[in-house]
Ligand binder design. Structure first.
Ligand SMILES: NC(=O)c1ccc[n+]([C@@H]2O[C@H](COP(=O)([O-])OP(=O)(O)OC[C@H]3O[C@@H](n4cnc5c(N)ncnc54)[C@H](O)[C@@H]3O)[C@@H](O)[C@H]2O)c1
Length: 299
């Protein structure tokens, strides 16, 4: 398949990243169909698309008019067969759990046309452990999008064809994102391996009682001139997703203190304080303290 033949993208999972990816695809002219097992998630899609749209307009990445226009290219489907029909690329963005990914791949491998290329937006799982549930191993890779339109990580499976990788590079470029192809399989790609270590270091300092959450963020924000610190970033990732990512990296060589980290996140997760997506995590949204004037000057 040539990139000019790619018209329809099926996005499975309407959460944080499914929304972000859908918007990017629609902004660049693709027809997008979004499926989720949760009707609540499908109902909340519009809000999340507007949220990402607003942020990208503020960051100068697009214009409000383009965001509004792109929304008409996105539709939802609670029926998986409807989502699968005529998909050129299927982007899996469901929960970061291997068994859930396998279930989705098995289900859609049967429903999608032969030509459909499958990709996973996983943050920490390996292509070799995900591909086992797929027949189309030559048309499968990890294609990992980030919060902002910047870089897309590409990781082959054991049988991914060169044609598939080339198409995914072109697909990434068609959305003004830089494709970075891994030289070999690695959990967390390049960026996430470093990013997760940063999040984990922030939690480690708070869990050990060395500093307040706000001071840990303040310290990072001030020194690096960044709009958020590790806890602001965790709120965006989602505390449940971050905990699952840690579990995914555990035992794959990542030096993080994941057991202690999960213990620290657990009470927040149990209360439903999952971050931006639930309106409360370490901070409250839509106006978190770290984005308020004077935050960097307080003690
Ligand atoms: N949150 C981030 O910053 C971030 C960044 C890059 C990559 N990722 C990765 O993207 C993926 C999704 O993360 P997220 O933050 O969007 O999670 P999320 O919890 O916001 O959304 C996951 C969605 O998957 C749906 N889902 C679960 N099982 C399903 C199934 N069987 N069929 C259809 N839908 C199903 C859930 O209902 C939910 O709406 C994960 O693999 C995560 O590691 C996350």
């Amino acid at each position: 398949m040539d990139i000019s033949e790619v018209k329809r993208i099926a996005v499975i999972g309407a959460g944080t990243m499914g929304s972000r990816i859908s918007l990017a695809c629609a902004l660049h002219g693709y027809d997008v169909i979004v499926h989720d097992i949760s009707d609540d998630a499908l109902r909340g899609l519009e809000f999340r698309l507007q949220f990402f749209g607003y942020n990208w307009v503020q960051a100068g990445l697009t214009e409000q008019e383009a965001v509004e226009k792109s929304l008409s290219r996105i539709r939802t489907a609670s029926d998986p067969a409807d989502a699968a029909a005529d998909a050129d690329i299927l982007i899996e963005a469901v929960s970061e759990k291997l068994d859930v990914k396998h279930k989705v791949f098995r289900q859609f491998d049967k429903l999608c046309p032969q030509r459909t290329i499958f990709v996973s937006n996983t943050s920490s799982l390996l292509t070799s452990e995900m591909e086992t549930s797929l027949k189309r191993k030559d048309r499968f890779a990890a294609l990992h999008f980030h919060r902002y339109k910047t870089v897309v990580d590409i990781m082959r499976g054991t049988k991914t064809s060169d044609d598939s990788v080339e198409l995914l590079k072109q697909f990434s470029r068609s959305m003004d994102e830089l494709p970075i192809v891994m030289k070999k399989e690695h959990p967390g790609f390049l960026h996430n391996w470093m990013f997760i270590s940063w999040l984990e270091a922030g939690i480690w300092l708070a869990a050990g009682g060395y500093g307040a959450i706000e001071d840990i963020d303040r310290s990072w924000m001030k020194v690096h001139n960044m709009p958020y610190g590790p806890f602001g970033a965790l709120d965006f990732v989602g505390l449940d997703v971050a905990s699952d990512i840690g579990t995914g990296l555990e035992g794959k060589g990542h030096p993080g203190h994941w057991r202690e980290i999960r213990e620290f996140l657990k009470p927040y997760i149990e209360k439903g304080y999952l971050g931006v997506k639930t309106g409360r995590g370490f901070y409250t949204y839509p106006e978190p303290a770290y984005a308020q004037p004077g935050f960097l000057e307080e003690e």
